[in-house]
Write a protein that binds this ligand. Structure first.
Ligand SMILES: O=C(O)CCC(=O)C(=O)O
Ligand SMILES: [Fe+2]
Length: 226
């Protein structure tokens, strides 16, 4: 009863805050303003407002089951340069960079972020991969989200909280195209869809600058059921 009351209160707060959110879609273009070939990338720079974003950042930082994974590179094991977590519907398993993962069960906070994201993206997601970049020493190197569990033309919805970090994209084949860069700020939503993952790679470069932690959530649809 008390919990319901509190849930209702926080929902009301969410909706109230939502009205103040500048919620406009921008299509990403090449640095010269021309359209990105073979890609559909959209950004909402203030999908969550400042207050919501700060609250959600703290909540996720404290309550997500962050873990340090290791990966093999040239026969040697290394810590991944970030902490990760994986939440989703039961029975979905997924291999990320060669690491098989079983999802944790959705938390209330994740479900509320998921719901708001789904309303805008118009896709029902069944899982989310979370990354915690603790400092500028953490990052993610060039890759595409092209694991076969994601299907042919996956829609990836990427929500960011905390410190802004540079998100870069480069075309896999056409080297004449300039690298593209966008700042993923507190409360932003980036959507990649269509054939983007076939033709483009993305990364969050490490930085020597002193930067505060950043949390990123990438909502995905996993196609296979175990
Ligand atoms: O942190 C980000 O913005 C990107 C994360 C990412 O590319 C991934 O998890 O596949
Ligand atoms: Fe990615």
């Amino acid at each position: 009863m008390k919990d319901n009351f509190i849930n209702q209160l926080s929902l009301d707060l969410f909706h109230q805050l939502e009205d103040n959110t500048k919620n406009t879609a921008e299509v990403l273009t090449l640095p010269d303003g021309k359209p990105m070939p073979n890609a559909e990338v959209i950004i909402y720079r203030s999908f969550f407002n400042e207050l919501e974003s700060n609250t959600l950042f703290q909540e996720l930082l404290n309550n997500i089951k962050w873990r340090q994974d290791r990966m093999k590179l040239y026969g040697k094991e290394h810590d991944l340069p970030r902490l990760i977590a994986w939440y989703g519907d039961e029975g979905r398993s997924y291999t990320f960079s060669g690491i098989p993962m079983n999802p944790d069960t959705w938390t209330q906070t994740l479900l509320s972020i998921k719901q708001k994201t789904e309303e805008t993206v118009e896709v029902e997601f069944n899982s989310v991969l979370l990354n915690l970049y603790r400092s500028g020493k953490d990052g993610i190197s060039w890759h595409s989200d092209d694991e076969k569990e994601l299907g042919k033309n996956p829609v990836i919805a990427s929500v960011s909280f905390g410190e802004a970090r540079r998100f870069q994209m480069k075309h896999k084949l056409d080297k004449s195209l300039e690298k593209l860069e966008v700042n993923l700020t507190n409360g932003s939503l980036l959507i990649m869809k269509g054939s983007t993952q076939h033709h483009w790679q993305h990364q969050i470069p490490k930085t020597a600058k002193a930067v505060e932690p950043r949390i990123n959530l990438t909502f995905r649809v996993i196609q296979t059921t175990k």
